[in-house]
Design a protein. Structure first.
Length: 245
């Protein structure tokens, strides 16, 4: 009788074992939603600090995993500020000085326009599967969603965050919450995504929030007011000439 019960219990587990997802499969699903050939979007960003709140509007263009451009449209004092990333190189143009500045090295990880996002955060569109390996730590609920909980470790030293703890929604395959850690193990930021919508056949988070855990009371909220994928983009955008156009 005991053997029969054991065998029956084992049979019940087989479907669950057969359908269990690997970390590589989960990262592939993330890439399917979050990477693209081209993207054009308009974004509203609110930066909240303990003593002030600032709001911005941006227009952004992205091509593949390496090229991206951003132009600020509001507020008036920042209108015309542009950033361009081509591969590993990044530049910024500020109309107030009429000069182009190259952003490199440690500057890439500095705050962008006083927000909780670094330049790398804003312009990053690389494949999760190419950057990380990891382990599946099980299932866990987040904000009412059943999620896969992953601990990811960067494959190379040049990745911005050596360790990420990620909660991936089992329905939309979107990372609803991330904890971003330094090599020392210190928690640097939390990054949440929500208001997921179906856009051109993919799930896309129309809202994101980033909190810098090294600065108390600091938070950046972003809303994608519009987003289009696989659009035809002007080649001129992805050239240094565009910065001063």
């Amino acid at each position: 009788m005991r053997w029969t019960l054991f065998f029956f219990s084992f049979l019940l587990l087989i479907p669950r074992m057969a359908t269990a997802l690997t970390v590589d499969e989960l990262l592939t699903m993330l890439d399917k939603n979050l990477t693209f050939d081209t993207r054009e979007s308009t974004i509203s960003m609110t930066v909240t600090r303990a003593d002030r709140v600032k709001s911005y509007k941006m227009h952004s263009w992205s091509r593949g995993q390496t090229d991206a451009a951003v132009e600020y449209e509001e507020p008036v004092r920042d209108k015309g500020t542009r950033m361009l990333r081509l591969g590993d190189d990044m530049w910024m143009y500020m109309p107030s000085t009429e000069k182009v500045q190259k952003i490199s090295g440690h500057m890439l990880r500095q705050s962008m326009m006083g927000s909780d996002m670094s330049y790398e955060d804003m312009m990053e569109a690389s494949s999760w599967k190419e950057r990380y390996t990891g382990v599946l730590e099980g299932n866990e609920s987040y904000d009412g969603h059943n999620c896969y909980k992953l601990k990811l470790t960067a494959k190379s030293a040049d990745v911005s965050y050596p360790t990420r703890i990620v909660w991936i929604d089992q329905t939309s395959n979107i990372p609803l919450k991330q904890e971003l850690y330094a090599l020392s193990g210190q928690l640097l930021k939390t990054w949440t995504m929500g208001d997921v919508k179906l856009v051109e056949g993919r799930q896309w988070p129309s809202k994101m929030s980033i909190e810098d855990k090294l600065q108390q009371g600091s938070r950046t909220d972003m809303t994608f007011d519009s987003v289009d994928f696989s659009v035809s983009l002007e080649a001129e955008i992805f050239s240094t000439r565009w910065l001063e156009r």
